[in-house]
Design a protein around this ligand. Structure first.
Ligand code: GDP
Length: 232
């Protein structure tokens, strides 16, 4: 997929402020400093989102871009955000949780993990939370140019082992580098694949009695953790 346009739509402080649900959305999230902004600019290429100058508070908002006039890229606030008052961070965390739990046009979440680090508890807990909420996601191990291939391999293997008990099939995982552009085509390819599937689905004649427009999700775990246990 080529990106021919990346147009900033808005910075939304909460779910209610997000645009209508008319376009499929692909969201990106990770700890602060994981390389999310760099990755998003790398994905967007020359038409990039770097042109949009961040406003104060930008990193705490749900930042939404319309891509190729066909889908939306959603830049979610990083969890583990170190600045700001507790009150503010609680507010933005709630917005992220609401978005992930309730946004019906959310197709896929890209969870960014720093490939140079051993598994971080907050990443593991966030993945577990996504699994419990049945939010569809893939993993992206970032900054692979920064450390040796052996380190990346060890960290990916350890992370995979730590989360393996939660799945029958481990989630799809990618590696990326904003420096070299590694992973760009693969990540855009996933989005393209999903877009194709959505179009095929929407052009299929509805079967009488069939529910349309709902997200395909795994059944929710009956044992939901209270919100207070949200890790980020
Ligand atoms: P964010 O806080 O998740 O948005 O992270 P940034 O994109 O601002 O990146 C955090 C730091 O990591 C910056 O110093 C970037 O230059 C650096 N960085 C981000 N991605 C890469 C990468 O792929 N390779 C290398 N070597 N450094 C990166």
């Amino acid at each position: 997929m080529n990106i021919s346009s990346a147009i900033f739509d808005r910075s939304a402080p909460d779910l209610d402020s997000c645009p209508d649900e008319s376009l499929p959305e692909f969201a990106f999230i990770g700890r602060s400093n994981v390389g999310k902004s760099s990755l998003l600019n790398m994905l967007a290429g020359e038409e990039g989102m770097a042109r949009v100058s961040p406003k104060p508070g930008f990193t705490r908002m749900i930042n939404i871009f319309t891509m190729n006039e066909r889908w939306r890229l959603v830049d979610l606030p990083g969890y583990g955000f170190a600045h700001g008052t507790r009150k503010n961070s609680a507010r933005f965390n709630q917005a992220v949780a609401d978005y992930l739990e309730h946004r019906t046009n959310l197709c896929l979440v890209f969870v960014l993990i720093d490939s140079g680090l051993a598994p971080q508890e907050i990443d593991l807990e966030f993945v577990e939370w996504l699994v419990r909420q049945s939010v569809p996601f893939v993993l992206v191990y970032t900054k692979i140019d920064k450390v040796s291939a052996a380190t990346v391999q060890t960290n990916v293997a350890t992370f995979t082992a730590r989360i393996s008990a939660w799945f029958e099939q481990p989630p799809t995982a990618f590696t990326s580098s904003a420096e070299t552009g590694h992973g760009r085509q693969e990540l855009l390819g996933v989005i393209e694949e999903q877009m194709t599937a959505i179009h095929a689905e929407s052009s299929r004649a509805p079967v009488p009695g069939e529910t349309q427009g709902t997200r395909t999700r795994l059944p929710k775990s009956p044992k939901r953790r209270p919100d207070l246990n949200r890790p980020w």
